[in-house]
Design a protein around this ligand. Structure first.
Ligand code: MN
Length: 415
């Protein structure tokens, strides 16, 4: 069996709340299509986080429809299996399954129940894509470990696998021992699941969630190709990089398994990125606004497109409208020169013993009727206080709340 494994597309993602990545995703799908043409896989697996948000906009949905229909039209024999990640709405992904089935595309949104005792015999079928070349068990994002449920599906497949065909298990989760470089706090708070709890009997586990490509327990990403004993667990990684902190190369995995328990060969197909991330100024830290603006100006002249982040000296005064000045400067570049407003501040004065309470007198505060005036004055006292960053932080809290409430709904549905 030959498969192409990818994950974490995050279609519809807006960088810094402002910049669409549709052309970057398009560039990726062109490469993916070429690889399907060259390697003729039996299946294309996408292990969760199809969309960036639970209710993607019309553009993102249309992108999904157009691109997967195009893949199916060119490769009608290739099974496409897509599962929901934690960024996706499980029920929305699930709702479209019957339509996509007509095009050899399987969508699995809702996970199996934690307690399957009340289900009719053969419930496992809903999660199994049976191909002439092998079995694919398509599991979406699930909360908690569902060891018995997973093992039950693996056992169900094992009973039907008299011909010893390869078995591939899909999942979207963080496993113990992974390398989550680039994820920052987002993944730090996520519980990891011990690989022993993922069941036994699969040859290859096709994971999504962590953006760095890696085979758990191996340190071999620099190799173009590796061959492993059966039973490996691998993150394909995301197609697009999302920050300067993801400096590692991104790839999709071409996986070849001759038969069940046979060796597993992974070939890393490297993805060319349309747009890159840069740190400015190139020589380190900008001591003042003029230096920072100058480095942005030179960057814009030298690069046709790219994202940049600034490192600024926090011991120096920066004007309150500094970010606005940057936006003005890059405006003529029609969105090709892209500003990350979350600057890195170094040499920040120690504010722990600072007289923060004397910044405003009570009477002064009481006379302040315009909230923007308060924000402006606060910002001039605290250059590290970034209004855009605050707005983005609030946005993230809001998204997380929405995700949790959606998760609750899914949970109720299961009950
Ligand atoms: Mn995820």
């Amino acid at each position: 069996m030959k498969i192409i494994h990818t994950a974490d597309l995050h279609l519809g993602q807006l960088m810094y709340q402002d910049y669409t990545r549709e052309d970057e995703h398009d560039h990726f799908f062109n490469q993916l299509t070429t690889w399907c043409r060259t390697h003729q896989p039996d299946a294309l697996l996408v292990s969760g986080d199809i969309f960036d948000i639970q209710q993607p906009g019309a553009h993102a949905k249309r992108f999904f429809n157009d691109h997967f229909v195009a893949l199916h039209n060119e490769f009608p024999q290739m099974a496409i299996v897509i599962t929901a990640g934690n960024h996706d709405s499980a029920s929305r992904i699930h709702a479209d399954n019957s339509v996509w089935k007509m095009g050899n595309v399987t969508l699995v949104g809702l996970p199996p129940l934690a307690d399957t005792s009340s289900l009719p015999d053969g419930w496992q079928e809903d999660f199994i894509v049976s191909l002439p070349q092998g079995f694919i068990i398509a599991l979406p994002f699930m909360t908690g470990s569902r060891q018995q449920t997973i093992q039950s599906i693996l056992d169900y497949v094992a009973q039907r696998n008299s011909q010893q065909k390869p078995v591939v298990l899909m999942g979207h989760l963080a496993v113990t021992g992974m390398d989550s470089t680039g994820h920052g706090f987002e993944v730090g708070n996520i519980q990891t699941i011990d690989t022993d709890l993922l069941g036994h009997g699969f040859d290859y586990m096709a994971l999504g969630h962590i953006h760095r490509p890696q085979t758990i327990g191996y340190n071999d990403e620099h190799l173009p190709q590796s061959t492993y004993p059966s039973g490996i667990i691998r993150y394909s990684g995301s197609p697009l990089h999302v920050s300067c902190d993801e400096e590692y190369p991104h790839s999709v995995s071409l996986v070849q398994i001759p038969h069940h328990l046979g060796p597993v060969t992974v070939t890393r197909l490297h993805i060319d990125q349309l747009r890159h991330f840069y740190e400015l100024p190139p020589d380190g830290i900008a001591a003042d606004a003029a230096t920072a603006l100058d480095s942005v100006k030179r960057f814009a002249q030298q690069h046709s497109t790219g994202y940049f982040r600034l490192t600024l000296d926090g011991s120096q005064p920066f004007p309150a409208d500094f970010n606005q000045q940057i936006y003005q400067l890059i405006e003529p570049y029609n969105g090709q020169i892209r500003f990350n407003p979350k600057s890195i501040w170094t040499n920040l004065p120690d504010t722990s013993s600072d007289d923060m309470h004397t910044v405003f007198e009570v009477a002064e505060l009481q006379q302040m009727t315009d909230p923007m005036e308060f924000i402006r004055q606060t910002q001039s006292h605290y250059p590290e206080l970034d209004i855009d960053q605050l707005a983005q932080a609030f946005g993230e809290v809001e998204n997380e709340l929405r995700r949790l409430s959606e998760k609750d709904n899914t949970h109720n549905h299961e009950d």
